[in-house]
Design a protein around this ligand. Structure first.
Ligand code: FAD
Length: 394
């Protein structure tokens, strides 16, 4: 029986799993996580720096994700929350853009269809989305309504045989390559979800260029100019904004785990670097006291993040995961991952800003992760409301 996630670098346990947490997972969970880790090491890390530089999409990783069948596992409900968490952690160790690719498709798009779709919608979309033959995107954010999606301006009106949708969405991951968009729009004043095929007349997706974070992820603005969809495009169970937030809850779960992976990746790379690089009388940087203090601080933070993710997974597995649990995990783990990445960047000196190393990319990508799917402030307000009983935002 496998004892640890494979393949394990020599220092893996000492560096990022000081509390031996991975040993708690079943051999099957460890094996899946190990396969993802191997895929990331062999096929993603070698290519992602160039894609980040060039602002291009890492197409060659798609067959690898297909081979592992990760999204088919999601489509078939064949994985438990901890396994999904471990997969997210290992993907994000490669890059938050990679984890995002899987969690937008799996949790936001397939999640919306699974939770709120009709049988016919599930039959039509889940297979092709799970095999990555088709892409989906999730359109909630609008130019003037980000943290407050309740104010959305996108409207649906009834027609003789369906609906006509008008409005715009922005910052939409996978928006350019999606063949189906989950579009949230107000129908008679109520937020509803629609599955909109992106080749319908009046639908346009425009690539947003110029990002300095998430450069290897495609982000789009969507324009819907009176897009006509049939009655069957309405997701029958997507009856309120709360339903959109339920999808986000699933994706935030993967983010909380993913942040652990991003932080692990930074620390692993930094420890290796500090042991090799010497300064002052040929001593390795790793031997200096202030540096060891910072490594210890980061190892403790990563352990705390992992414990939070683990507990979140247990709550989810027991059907007890509440919005404030997710808010705490997303808020804490993203902030801490960013602090770890910045600290690692500093410890690499000038090399910390060079793309020969993955830390700078992880750091700038974490700026997106802190912001999307609910900013740190918004999650803090959710927690504040739970703690005080006083809602500071509506
Ligand atoms: C790379 C990337 C990919 C994305 N992918 C998607 C996607 O696929 N689908 C999608 O729908 N959206 C997506 N988003 C959008 C993302 O969810 C929003 O950017 C996010 O919700 C924040 O909205 P905003 O950018 O409009 O910021 P704003 O809401 O304008 O907030 C700006 C600042 O004000 C603070 N703030 C706002 N209200 C309050 C308040 N009441 N109290 C205290 N502080 C407050 C915020 O915390 C933030 O610091 C993506 C974003 C990025 C960067």
């Amino acid at each position: 029986m496998e004892k640890r996630l494979a393949p394990a670098p020599e220092t893996y346990e000492q560096v990022t799993d000081l509390f031996d947490l991975d040993a708690d997972w079943s051999s099957e969970q460890q094996a899946i996580a190990g396969r993802v880790r191997k895929m990331v090491d062999e096929h993603f890390l070698p290519i992602i720096g160039q894609h980040h530089n060039d602002e291009t999409y890492p197409e060659s990783i798609l067959p690898r994700i297909r081979e592992l069948g990760l999204l088919e596992l999601v489509a078939d409900d064949a994985i438990d929350p901890i396994t999904y968490g471990l997969i997210s952690r290992e993907l994000d160790r490669g890059g938050s853009t990679l984890r995002s690719l899987v969690s937008v498709q799996g949790s936001l798009v397939m999640g919306a269809i699974k939770m709120f779709g009709s049988e016919a919608q599930k039959q039509q979309w889940l297979g092709p989305l799970g095999r990555l033959e088709q892409f989906g995107c999730f359109g909630l954010t609008e130019p003037d309504y980000g943290s407050n999606p309740a104010g959305m301006q996108t409207r649906a009106e009834r027609t003789a045989d369906g609906y006509r949708i008008t409005g715009s969405k922005c910052w939409i991951t996978n928006g350019v390559r999606a063949s189906v968009a989950v579009i949230w729009a107000k129908l008679d004043g109520q937020v509803r979800g629609f599955l909109v095929e992106t080749d319908r007349p009046g639908f346009e997706a425009r690539h947003m260029h110029g990002k300095w974070s998430f450069r290897a992820s495609e982000t789009a603005s969507l324009y819907l100019d009176g897009v006509e969809v049939p009655e069957t495009a309405l997701l029958p169970g997507a009856t309120s904004l709360g339903r959109a937030l339920q999808c986000l809850g699933q994706a935030r779960y993967t983010i909380a785990w993913g942040a652990c992976g991003a932080a692990r990746g930074c620390l692993e790379e930094t420890v290796k670097y500090l042991k090799e690089r010497t300064q002052f009388e040929g001593k390795p940087l790793a031997s200096h006291q202030i540096i060891q203090y910072k490594l210890a601080w980061m190892a403790a933070e990563i352990t705390a993040m992992e414990l939070i993710a683990k507990r979140l997974g247990e709550l989810k597995a027991q059907g007890r995961m509440k919005p404030h649990h997710v808010a705490l995990a997303k808020m804490n783990n993203c902030r801490k991952a960013l602090e770890v990445a910045r600290t690692c960047r500093e410890l690499l000196g000038a090399n910390g800003i060079h793309n020969e190393y993955h830390i700078g990319r992880r750091m700038v990508d974490l700026e997106t992760v802190v912001t999307y799917e609910g900013t740190e402030h918004i999650h803090a307000l959710t927690l504040g409301s739970t703690i005080t009983g006083i809602k500071a935002f509506s």
